[in-house]
Design a protein around this ligand. Structure first.
Ligand code: PLP
Length: 384
């Protein structure tokens, strides 16, 4: 059965431009030959541009979680102290990953919908001696919250001889994240979010300070996620194991598209689309779940009125209006809607989504003034 093409407004995967899909229509190549070496070089250059780093950025054939696990398992020895602010579903998972690798988690609990602050991290680092790593979900995809204090958290890591790991899976390529300027030691992302690629690849940047720690690690890293081996192969323009070659072509094309647009323009586009979403929500009487000062530009969330069933919203949006959005995760699974404002997101996509959400609420007998949401969202695009 051929799948219907719908507007995918999920917080990953996102809509993939045809150019990126068509880039994969290639014959098989030897991944230990000159064609793959050339492809890998091009991808490596593109990633340095998007990560804004001179250091190495490596591609893993895995989803984003693989890159998170790779980072943790190459840094942490059993008993090492790791600060993890927990403020949503993905930071819970990050905590669990550290625990599974024997790390001693110093949890900084934060209410869902809010972001951890540099002051909270500083207090934890000062209280605990010898913290090895602060591991932060940069954009909490379950709540639509961005950690705006990430640069200060990186400074704190440097001052206290610790490292900073950012899980930037749902934000890198959609909002500011200059790795070298901010001093982020390890940063991970996934292809299927703001880079607008199909799922299946993850990326990890590793700065000099992180390599020093990796070099002193006592317990060997996992065989598949051995960063020194990955780096060694990367220098020869290879990967240790069979890479998803076709996805590398897709990534290469999407990185070219990002360069053509320019990072600053891309960030502006995401920010404008996010403002239009929040303005549209407000006009529909829906409150964003995230606190105002930490609202994400790449994942937007809104609390549903208690009488409205999230599954019905999702179903009507999909079946009647052909737009795919999703609900909450974990303890707020039924309370909110989450919408991806990522990758190829544009004015037509935002207006179509707000329009459909407005109609869906009306279909569910929720009293909305038809036209209010779209009018508010439209104003954002036209008041520039
Ligand atoms: N971390 C964050 C912040 C995410 O948003 C996601 C996925 O949505 C993940 C981790 C897990 O990524 P994946 O599903 O690609 O393994």
């Amino acid at each position: 059965m051929e799948e219907k093409r719908r507007l995918i407004m999920l917080p990953g995967p996102t809509n993939v431009p045809d150019r990126v899909i068509l880039a994969m229509m290639k014959p098989m190549i030897n991944h230990r030959g000159p064609e793959f070496a050339a492809l890998l070089s091009s991808v490596a250059d593109g990633l340095k541009y998007v990560f804004e780093t001179k250091e190495g950025v490596y591609v893993l054939t895995s989803s984003g979680t693989g890159a998170v696990e790779c980072a943790i398992s190459n840094i942490i020895d059993p008993g090492d102290k790791v600060i993890v602010p927990v403020f949503g579903f993905f930071s819970e998972r990050l905590k669990e990953t550290v625990t599974r690798h024997g790390g001693n988690v110093i949890e900084v609990p934060v209410d869902w919908g809010k972001a951890p602050t540099a002051e909270q991290i500083e207090a934890a680092i000062k209280k605990e001696k010898n913290v090895k790593l602060t591991a932060v979900v940069h954009n909490e995809t379950s709540t639509g919250v961005t950690v705006r204090d990430l640069p200060q958290m990186a400074e704190l890591a440097i001052e206290n001889d610790a490292l900073l790991l950012a899980d930037s899976i749902s934000i890198l390529g959609g909002d500011h994240l200059p790795i070298d300027k901010w001093g982020v030691d390890l940063c991970v992302t996934g292809a299927q979010k703001c880079l607008a690629c199909p799922p299946g690849l993850a990326m990890i940047s590793v700065a000099k300070r992180a390599w020093e720690v990796i070099g002193k690690k006592k317990v060997k890293p996992p065989f598949y996620f051995d960063l020194p081996s990955i780096r060694e192969h990367w220098l020869r323009k290879e990967t240790p194991f069979t890479p998803a070659t076709l996805l590398y072509y897709a990534l290469d094309e999407s990185l070219k598209m990002i360069r053509e647009e320019g990072l600053e323009n891309r960030f502006q586009r995401h920010a404008t689309c996010a403002r239009a979403f929040y303005s549209g929500f407000e006009a529909l009487g829906l409150k964003p779940y995230a606190a105002e000062n930490v609202r994400s530009n790449t994942v937007v969330t809104a609390t549903l009125p208690s009488a409205v069933d999230v599954n019905k919203v999702k179903d009507i949006m999909k079946e009647r209006y052909n737009i795919v959005i999703t609900g909450g995760l974990g303890k707020i699974r039924t309370l909110i809607v989450r919408i991806g404002c990522m990758g190829a997101v544009s004015e037509p996509a935002v207006l179509a989504t707000i329009n459909s959400l407005e109609n869906t609420l009306a279909d569910l007998q929720y009293p909305v003034k038809i036209g209010a949401g779209i009018e508010a969202a439209r104003k954002i695009f036209h008041s520039k």
